[in-house]
Design a protein around this ligand. Structure first.
Ligand SMILES: Cc1cc2nc3c(=O)[nH]c(=O)nc-3n(C[C@H](O)[C@H](O)[C@H](O)COP(=O)(O)O)c2cc1C
Length: 315
Protein backbone atom coordinates (compact mmCIF):
# COMPACT_ATOMS: atom_id res chain seq x y z
CA UNK A 1 0.00 0.00 0.00
CA UNK A 2 1.60 3.39 -0.94
CA UNK A 3 1.80 6.09 1.76
CA UNK A 4 -1.28 8.33 1.85
CA UNK A 5 0.20 11.70 0.90
CA UNK A 6 -2.81 13.59 2.27
CA UNK A 7 -1.93 12.39 5.78
CA UNK A 8 1.65 13.61 5.45
CA UNK A 9 1.23 17.28 4.65
CA UNK A 10 1.63 20.27 6.99
CA UNK A 11 -1.45 22.19 8.10
CA UNK A 12 -2.29 24.28 6.27
CA UNK A 13 -0.70 22.93 3.10
CA UNK A 14 -0.39 24.86 -0.15
CA UNK A 15 -1.00 23.49 -3.65
CA UNK A 16 -0.29 24.87 -7.10
CA UNK A 17 -3.65 24.58 -8.89
CA UNK A 18 -3.84 22.42 -11.99
CA UNK A 19 -3.92 24.75 -15.01
CA UNK A 20 -4.23 23.44 -18.54
CA UNK A 21 -1.50 24.84 -20.78
CA UNK A 22 0.34 26.27 -17.76
CA UNK A 23 1.31 23.78 -15.05
CA UNK A 24 3.16 21.39 -17.33
CA UNK A 25 6.44 19.60 -16.59
CA UNK A 26 8.40 22.77 -17.50
CA UNK A 27 6.49 25.32 -15.45
CA UNK A 28 6.35 23.06 -12.40
CA UNK A 29 10.15 22.89 -12.41
CA UNK A 30 10.35 26.68 -12.62
CA UNK A 31 8.03 27.00 -9.61
CA UNK A 32 10.03 24.35 -7.74
CA UNK A 33 13.09 26.53 -8.28
CA UNK A 34 11.31 29.71 -7.09
CA UNK A 35 9.79 28.01 -4.06
CA UNK A 36 7.67 24.91 -4.25
CA UNK A 37 4.17 24.37 -2.90
CA UNK A 38 3.61 21.37 -0.60
CA UNK A 39 1.92 19.56 -3.47
CA UNK A 40 1.78 19.82 -7.26
CA UNK A 41 -1.09 18.76 -9.54
CA UNK A 42 -0.69 17.97 -13.25
CA UNK A 43 -2.83 19.66 -15.88
CA UNK A 44 -5.94 17.55 -16.44
CA UNK A 45 -5.72 14.50 -18.71
CA UNK A 46 -8.69 12.94 -20.45
CA UNK A 47 -9.31 9.34 -19.42
CA UNK A 48 -10.81 8.41 -22.78
CA UNK A 49 -7.71 9.74 -24.46
CA UNK A 50 -5.57 7.50 -22.25
CA UNK A 51 -7.89 4.55 -22.96
CA UNK A 52 -7.59 4.94 -26.74
CA UNK A 53 -4.66 3.74 -28.81
CA UNK A 54 -4.54 7.04 -30.68
CA UNK A 55 -4.65 9.29 -27.61
CA UNK A 56 -2.43 7.36 -25.23
CA UNK A 57 0.88 8.83 -26.36
CA UNK A 58 -0.46 12.36 -25.86
CA UNK A 59 -1.94 11.45 -22.47
CA UNK A 60 1.34 9.94 -21.32
CA UNK A 61 3.24 13.04 -22.38
CA UNK A 62 0.90 15.19 -20.28
CA UNK A 63 1.55 12.84 -17.37
CA UNK A 64 5.34 13.09 -17.52
CA UNK A 65 6.85 14.13 -14.20
CA UNK A 66 10.24 15.52 -13.15
CA UNK A 67 12.07 14.52 -9.94
CA UNK A 68 11.37 17.98 -8.45
CA UNK A 69 7.59 17.45 -8.91
CA UNK A 70 7.27 14.91 -6.14
CA UNK A 71 4.83 14.75 -4.40
CA UNK A 72 2.46 15.22 -7.31
CA UNK A 73 -1.17 14.33 -7.99
CA UNK A 74 -2.39 13.33 -11.47
CA UNK A 75 -5.59 15.11 -12.39
CA UNK A 76 -7.98 13.36 -14.79
CA UNK A 77 -11.34 14.08 -16.37
CA UNK A 78 -13.91 12.31 -18.54
CA UNK A 79 -17.31 10.70 -18.28
CA UNK A 80 -16.74 7.03 -18.98
CA UNK A 81 -16.42 5.05 -15.72
CA UNK A 82 -14.53 2.19 -17.43
CA UNK A 83 -11.96 4.65 -18.76
CA UNK A 84 -11.51 6.07 -15.24
CA UNK A 85 -10.68 2.52 -14.11
CA UNK A 86 -8.20 1.93 -16.91
CA UNK A 87 -6.39 5.23 -16.36
CA UNK A 88 -6.26 4.97 -12.56
CA UNK A 89 -4.85 1.47 -12.75
CA UNK A 90 -1.95 2.81 -14.84
CA UNK A 91 -1.26 5.93 -12.76
CA UNK A 92 0.11 3.99 -9.81
CA UNK A 93 3.19 2.94 -11.76
CA UNK A 94 3.84 6.41 -13.19
CA UNK A 95 5.17 8.00 -10.00
CA UNK A 96 2.09 9.80 -8.68
CA UNK A 97 1.11 10.21 -5.05
CA UNK A 98 -2.60 10.41 -5.79
CA UNK A 99 -5.34 10.85 -8.36
CA UNK A 100 -7.68 13.82 -8.55
CA UNK A 101 -10.96 13.82 -10.47
CA UNK A 102 -11.89 17.08 -12.17
CA UNK A 103 -15.61 17.73 -11.66
CA UNK A 104 -15.40 21.51 -12.08
CA UNK A 105 -13.94 22.57 -15.43
CA UNK A 106 -16.31 25.08 -17.12
CA UNK A 107 -14.81 24.78 -20.62
CA UNK A 108 -17.61 24.30 -23.15
CA UNK A 109 -15.84 21.53 -25.07
CA UNK A 110 -15.16 19.61 -21.86
CA UNK A 111 -18.76 20.09 -20.67
CA UNK A 112 -20.18 19.11 -24.06
CA UNK A 113 -18.19 15.89 -23.75
CA UNK A 114 -19.95 15.35 -20.40
CA UNK A 115 -16.88 16.03 -18.25
CA UNK A 116 -15.66 18.65 -15.78
CA UNK A 117 -18.48 20.78 -14.35
CA UNK A 118 -21.06 18.83 -16.41
CA UNK A 119 -20.69 16.15 -13.70
CA UNK A 120 -22.57 18.50 -11.33
CA UNK A 121 -25.67 17.83 -13.43
CA UNK A 122 -25.09 14.05 -13.58
CA UNK A 123 -24.29 13.21 -9.93
CA UNK A 124 -24.93 9.47 -10.34
CA UNK A 125 -22.40 9.32 -13.15
CA UNK A 126 -19.94 11.34 -11.05
CA UNK A 127 -20.28 8.80 -8.24
CA UNK A 128 -19.82 5.89 -10.69
CA UNK A 129 -16.62 7.49 -12.05
CA UNK A 130 -15.32 8.07 -8.51
CA UNK A 131 -16.08 4.50 -7.44
CA UNK A 132 -14.41 3.02 -10.50
CA UNK A 133 -11.35 5.19 -9.92
CA UNK A 134 -11.20 4.18 -6.26
CA UNK A 135 -11.50 0.46 -7.00
CA UNK A 136 -8.75 0.55 -9.60
CA UNK A 137 -5.88 2.00 -7.62
CA UNK A 138 -4.25 1.97 -4.21
CA UNK A 139 -3.52 5.68 -4.60
CA UNK A 140 -5.71 8.09 -2.63
CA UNK A 141 -8.48 9.55 -4.81
CA UNK A 142 -9.51 13.19 -4.39
CA UNK A 143 -11.98 15.49 -6.17
CA UNK A 144 -11.80 19.11 -7.34
CA UNK A 145 -15.08 20.87 -8.07
CA UNK A 146 -17.12 24.07 -7.92
CA UNK A 147 -20.05 25.07 -5.68
CA UNK A 148 -22.62 24.10 -8.29
CA UNK A 149 -23.68 24.73 -11.86
CA UNK A 150 -25.82 27.89 -11.66
CA UNK A 151 -26.50 28.78 -8.04
CA UNK A 152 -23.97 28.88 -5.17
CA UNK A 153 -26.54 27.26 -2.82
CA UNK A 154 -26.30 24.04 -4.88
CA UNK A 155 -23.16 23.28 -2.84
CA UNK A 156 -25.38 21.80 -0.12
CA UNK A 157 -26.57 18.86 -2.21
CA UNK A 158 -23.62 18.60 -4.62
CA UNK A 159 -20.83 18.65 -2.03
CA UNK A 160 -22.87 16.31 0.21
CA UNK A 161 -23.11 13.80 -2.64
CA UNK A 162 -19.33 13.92 -3.08
CA UNK A 163 -18.52 13.82 0.65
CA UNK A 164 -20.67 10.68 1.04
CA UNK A 165 -18.03 8.94 -1.10
CA UNK A 166 -15.38 9.90 1.49
CA UNK A 167 -12.75 11.15 -0.96
CA UNK A 168 -9.23 11.59 0.45
CA UNK A 169 -9.50 15.31 -0.26
CA UNK A 170 -12.04 17.72 -1.69
CA UNK A 171 -10.97 20.97 -3.35
CA UNK A 172 -13.76 23.52 -3.63
CA UNK A 173 -13.32 26.36 -6.10
CA UNK A 174 -15.72 28.79 -4.44
CA UNK A 175 -17.73 29.69 -7.55
CA UNK A 176 -20.37 28.06 -9.74
CA UNK A 177 -19.70 26.95 -13.31
CA UNK A 178 -21.84 29.87 -14.57
CA UNK A 179 -19.87 32.36 -12.52
CA UNK A 180 -16.68 31.21 -14.30
CA UNK A 181 -14.06 33.48 -12.69
CA UNK A 182 -16.11 36.65 -13.11
CA UNK A 183 -17.29 37.20 -9.52
CA UNK A 184 -15.28 37.17 -6.29
CA UNK A 185 -14.89 33.71 -4.71
CA UNK A 186 -17.63 33.03 -2.12
CA UNK A 187 -15.45 33.08 1.00
CA UNK A 188 -18.61 33.65 3.06
CA UNK A 189 -19.55 29.96 2.46
CA UNK A 190 -16.34 28.55 3.97
CA UNK A 191 -17.84 28.03 7.49
CA UNK A 192 -20.87 26.14 6.06
CA UNK A 193 -18.65 23.96 3.88
CA UNK A 194 -16.48 23.11 6.89
CA UNK A 195 -19.62 22.09 8.81
CA UNK A 196 -20.75 19.89 5.92
CA UNK A 197 -17.34 18.20 5.72
CA UNK A 198 -17.25 17.67 9.50
CA UNK A 199 -20.75 16.15 9.51
CA UNK A 200 -20.43 13.83 6.51
CA UNK A 201 -16.75 12.94 6.10
CA UNK A 202 -14.46 14.39 8.79
CA UNK A 203 -11.50 12.42 7.40
CA UNK A 204 -11.69 14.19 4.01
CA UNK A 205 -9.10 16.99 3.71
CA UNK A 206 -10.82 20.24 2.76
CA UNK A 207 -9.00 22.51 0.31
CA UNK A 208 -10.22 26.00 -0.52
CA UNK A 209 -9.54 27.55 -3.92
CA UNK A 210 -10.36 30.86 -5.61
CA UNK A 211 -8.63 34.28 -5.67
CA UNK A 212 -5.92 33.31 -3.17
CA UNK A 213 -2.95 35.51 -4.02
CA UNK A 214 -0.06 34.00 -2.12
CA UNK A 215 1.16 32.23 1.00
CA UNK A 216 0.46 35.25 3.25
CA UNK A 217 -3.12 35.42 1.96
CA UNK A 218 -3.58 31.68 2.54
CA UNK A 219 -2.29 32.01 6.11
CA UNK A 220 -4.68 34.91 6.69
CA UNK A 221 -7.60 32.74 5.53
CA UNK A 222 -6.36 29.87 7.67
CA UNK A 223 -6.29 32.10 10.76
CA UNK A 224 -9.99 32.83 10.12
CA UNK A 225 -10.87 29.20 9.24
CA UNK A 226 -8.41 26.89 11.04
CA UNK A 227 -10.39 23.76 10.12
CA UNK A 228 -9.56 24.20 6.43
CA UNK A 229 -6.70 21.79 5.71
CA UNK A 230 -5.15 23.34 2.63
CA UNK A 231 -5.29 26.17 0.11
CA UNK A 232 -4.82 26.02 -3.64
CA UNK A 233 -3.36 28.92 -5.64
CA UNK A 234 -3.89 29.23 -9.38
CA UNK A 235 -3.63 32.62 -11.09
CA UNK A 236 -1.71 34.09 -8.13
CA UNK A 237 1.36 32.43 -9.62
CA UNK A 238 1.03 34.68 -12.70
CA UNK A 239 1.43 37.78 -10.49
CA UNK A 240 4.23 36.27 -8.47
CA UNK A 241 5.98 32.97 -9.25
CA UNK A 242 7.41 33.21 -5.70
CA UNK A 243 3.86 33.17 -4.27
CA UNK A 244 4.54 30.01 -2.22
CA UNK A 245 7.35 31.74 -0.35
CA UNK A 246 7.70 34.88 1.74
CA UNK A 247 10.23 36.39 -0.71
CA UNK A 248 9.72 39.36 -2.95
CA UNK A 249 11.50 38.42 -6.17
CA UNK A 250 14.22 40.65 -7.58
CA UNK A 251 14.53 41.39 -11.29
CA UNK A 252 17.58 39.09 -11.44
CA UNK A 253 15.68 36.21 -9.85
CA UNK A 254 12.76 36.59 -12.27
CA UNK A 255 15.06 36.65 -15.29
CA UNK A 256 16.80 33.55 -13.94
CA UNK A 257 13.41 31.81 -13.92
CA UNK A 258 12.75 32.81 -17.53
CA UNK A 259 16.16 31.45 -18.53
CA UNK A 260 15.35 28.17 -16.79
CA UNK A 261 11.98 27.97 -18.57
CA UNK A 262 13.68 28.50 -21.96
CA UNK A 263 16.31 25.85 -21.15
CA UNK A 264 13.66 23.33 -20.13
CA UNK A 265 11.63 24.06 -23.23
CA UNK A 266 14.65 23.29 -25.37
CA UNK A 267 15.66 20.22 -23.40
CA UNK A 268 12.28 18.51 -23.15
CA UNK A 269 10.95 19.24 -26.64
CA UNK A 270 7.39 18.16 -25.89
CA UNK A 271 5.53 17.32 -29.08
CA UNK A 272 2.52 19.38 -28.08
CA UNK A 273 4.32 22.65 -27.37
CA UNK A 274 5.21 25.20 -29.99
CA UNK A 275 7.09 28.47 -29.42
CA UNK A 276 4.05 30.79 -29.60
CA UNK A 277 2.28 29.53 -26.41
CA UNK A 278 5.58 29.89 -24.56
CA UNK A 279 5.20 33.66 -25.00
CA UNK A 280 2.24 33.65 -22.57
CA UNK A 281 4.74 33.00 -19.81
CA UNK A 282 6.93 36.03 -20.51
CA UNK A 283 4.64 38.34 -18.56
CA UNK A 284 5.11 36.22 -15.44
CA UNK A 285 8.87 36.80 -15.39
CA UNK A 286 9.30 40.14 -17.14
CA UNK A 287 6.96 42.14 -14.95
CA UNK A 288 6.92 44.54 -12.00
CA UNK A 289 10.33 46.11 -12.57
CA UNK A 290 11.38 49.28 -14.43
CA UNK A 291 11.74 48.70 -18.18
CA UNK A 292 9.84 45.37 -18.07
CA UNK A 293 7.20 46.50 -20.58
CA UNK A 294 9.79 47.40 -23.23
CA UNK A 295 11.72 44.13 -22.79
CA UNK A 296 8.48 42.16 -22.99
CA UNK A 297 7.47 43.91 -26.22
CA UNK A 298 10.80 42.85 -27.76
CA UNK A 299 10.39 39.27 -26.51
CA UNK A 300 6.91 39.09 -28.04
CA UNK A 301 8.48 39.75 -31.45
CA UNK A 302 10.76 36.71 -31.21
CA UNK A 303 10.23 33.39 -33.00
CA UNK A 304 12.75 31.12 -31.33
CA UNK A 305 14.62 30.37 -28.11
CA UNK A 306 17.97 31.77 -29.41
CA UNK A 307 16.23 35.06 -30.30
CA UNK A 308 14.70 35.30 -26.82
CA UNK A 309 18.03 34.47 -25.20
CA UNK A 310 19.73 37.23 -27.18
CA UNK A 311 17.32 39.81 -25.73
CA UNK A 312 17.74 38.79 -22.09
CA UNK A 313 21.43 37.86 -22.15
CA UNK A 314 22.73 41.21 -20.89
CA UNK A 315 19.98 41.91 -18.37
C1 LIG B 1 -5.39 28.78 -17.67
C2 LIG B 1 -6.16 27.96 -16.68
C3 LIG B 1 -6.23 26.59 -16.85
C4 LIG B 1 -6.93 25.79 -15.91
N1 LIG B 1 -6.92 24.42 -16.06
C5 LIG B 1 -7.45 23.64 -15.07
C6 LIG B 1 -7.31 22.23 -15.08
O1 LIG B 1 -6.67 21.62 -15.97
N2 LIG B 1 -7.88 21.52 -14.05
C7 LIG B 1 -8.57 22.15 -13.04
O2 LIG B 1 -9.07 21.47 -12.12
N3 LIG B 1 -8.71 23.48 -13.01
C8 LIG B 1 -8.16 24.24 -13.97
N4 LIG B 1 -8.23 25.60 -13.88
C9 LIG B 1 -8.87 26.21 -12.69
C10 LIG B 1 -7.83 26.45 -11.58
O3 LIG B 1 -7.28 25.23 -11.12
C11 LIG B 1 -8.47 27.19 -10.38
O4 LIG B 1 -9.52 26.39 -9.89
C12 LIG B 1 -9.04 28.55 -10.77
O5 LIG B 1 -8.11 29.28 -11.57
C13 LIG B 1 -9.40 29.37 -9.53
O6 LIG B 1 -8.28 29.54 -8.70
P1 LIG B 1 -7.44 30.95 -8.70
O7 LIG B 1 -8.45 32.05 -8.43
O8 LIG B 1 -6.42 30.78 -7.63
O9 LIG B 1 -6.86 31.10 -10.08
C14 LIG B 1 -7.58 26.40 -14.81
C15 LIG B 1 -7.51 27.79 -14.65
C16 LIG B 1 -6.79 28.57 -15.56
C17 LIG B 1 -6.71 30.07 -15.35
Amino acid sequence: MPMNIWENLPKPFLILAPMEGVTDIMFRQVIAKAGRPDLFFTEFTNVSSYASEKGRWNALERLRVAPTDSPIIAQIWGKNPAHFSETCYALESLGFSGVDLNFGCPDKHVNKAGGGAAMINTPELAVACYQNAKQSTNLPVSIKTRLGWANPSEYQTWLSTLLKQHPAALTVHLRTKKEMSKVPAHYELIPDIITLRNQISPQTKLIINGDIRDRAHALELHAKHPEVDGFMIGRGVFQNPYCFTDHTPTREKLIELLKLHLDLYEKLRLTRSSYEPLKHFFKIYINNFPGAKEIRAKLMETHSIPEAREIIKDL
